[in-house]
Design a protein around this ligand. Sequence first.
Ligand code: AP5
Length: 191
Amino acid sequence: MSVRLILVGPPGAGKGTQAAGIAERYGIPAISTGDLFRAHAKAQDELGRLAASYSEKGELVPDSVTNQMVEERLGEADAAAGFLLDGYPRNLDQVSALDAMLGEKNVDVVVELQADDDVVVQRLLGRAQEQGRADDTEEVIRHRIEVYHATTKPIIDAYAGRGLVVSVNGLGTVEEVAAAIDDALRDFLGR
Ligand code: AP5
């Protein structure tokens, strides 16, 4: 029951939290560009240092770097039949890059997780206390939200124009949001 799925939403909407359950249900790998960058940063390799220099400020990592990393990841065997992309594409140029990578068999569905700015700020400040992620300071969180509205939201319109977007309310408990995503996907995909 494979599917090619994009999960999009503001910082703190719950993309990472929900990705695992969706991926498990459809038997696909969850691929988070943010997680990939953080893994490189932890390994202190060249890509990690470069990515951290942008993400610590809440800026997007340059497209050339991000697109190449995603293309390599999608080339791995486990992504051949389907995948969930969390945090990619994040601007219109990345949409074009993904189109080129996927060719005719493009994505099946784009799940937009909606959440108010005030709620996501509170969630991320809570996570900052638990995990101390470098980009979870209030100033950087607010900048990430600005970048989302200016740069990432337009991709939702682009995919909506192709009839691929399902929007889900990201407010509520983790279980309630998971159930809402499940229902929306079943309606949209018929499976
Ligand atoms: P990325 O890691 O993608 O960060 P983000 O989009 O800001 O998303 P978050 O991980 O902060 O939030 P989330 O929606 O996954 O929420 P989560 O489930 O964690 O990107 C980080 C950086 O990497 C970018 O700023 C950029 O620099 C770079 N980058 C990544 N992709 C890139 C790209 N394509 N191009 C260029 N640069 C890129 O939940 C958040 C918190 O809320 C958690 O504590 C969680 O427990 C809690 N929570 C979740 N759901 C609920 C709920 N229903 N109720 C209460 N609490 C909840």
